[in-house]
Structure formats: structure tokens, C-alpha cells
Design a protein around this ligand. Structure first.
Ligand SMILES: [Zn+2]
Ligand SMILES: [Zn+2]
Length: 137
């Protein structure tokens, strides 16, 4: 038996499948039910309203969404902040423009990697960047 601290309340418990204690799992389930029930009756509710009406912490509501437990897209006002810029979104972790930007950054890195093979074009581009960097100073 392995004792561990609950990630949520800090209580010691016998570690099972999850890293939160049975009490917190129960509490989570109850909160999730409350949120679900409230949303079924008030489809246009925002997370803030749900939080006020059900007394479930806003962070927990967002966590339910992030975990995919609560399908925010079914409810027009259920949004949560983009992890990068804070814009309200309904699924994933980032808003559209952030995920586009992150994808571009990722593509660029991948592209740079594939050009490491040392073709003539990549060399002249490198010189171009160096020149630009010096000009900026
Ligand atoms: Zn706990
Ligand atoms: Zn964003």
C-alpha cells in the first residue's frame, strides 16, 4: 500500500488509480452533477453564472471542460480562457489565432531542422538573417 498526499486537499490516502483521494473524487462527481444539472436547465449560462448558482469553483468548472468531461461546445456561453492570451474559447487549450501562431512557430522549427542538411539556399538565408540582425543594432 502506498500512501500519498491528495493533489486536491492534501490529505494522506492510499494511492489507487487517481492522484486525488476518494473524498475528492466523490466531491468532484457531486460538483460535476450539479454543474451538468444546472446547464441542462440553463443552456445559455456562462461559467460565472454556473459558479454562482452551484457554488462549484470556477477553476473546477474549467477543469471539467479541459478534461473533456463537460462539453462546453454544447452551451453557447460556456467559455474558458485561452492558456496563452486569455481570450474566451470553448475547446482545446488555445484560441484560434494562438493555435495558428503556435503551429507556425512549430512549422518553422521543423523547417529549420530539415534545412540543417546545408543546402545553398539555407546558407544565403542565414546570411540574410545575420545581416538583418546587425542592421537592427
Ligand atoms: Zn482529497
Ligand atoms: Zn489565445
Amino acid at each position: 500500500m502506498a500512501l500519498t498526499n491528495c493533489k486536491q486537499c492534501g490529505r494522506l490516502f492510499n494511492r489507487t488509480m487517481k492522484d486525488i483521494c476518494p473524498e475528492c473524487v466523490k466531491q468532484d462527481d457531486e460538483d460535476f452533477m450539479k454543474v451538468g444539472q444546472y446547464l441542462r436547465a440553463n443552456r445559455g449560462a456562462s461559467p460565472q453564472e454556473v459558479h454562482e448558482e452551484t457554488e462549484v469553483a470556477l477553476e473546477k468548472i474549467f477543469r471539467f471542460i479541459r478534461e473533456g468531461r463537460l462539453i462546453a461546445e454544447k452551451y453557447p456561453a460556456m467559455t474558458f480562457p485561452c492558456e496563452r492570451c486569455g481570450l474566451p474559447i470553448q475547446s482545446g487549450r488555445f484560441c484560434r489565432s494562438c493555435s495558428d501562431e503556435l503551429k507556425q512557430q512549430f512549422d518553422r522549427v521543423m523547417h529549420q531542422d530539415s534545412e540543417q542538411s546545408g543546402s545553398a539556399s539555407s546558407r544565403s538565408r542565414e546570411e540574410f538573417y545575420l545581416k538583418k540582425r546587425f542592421e537592427r543594432k
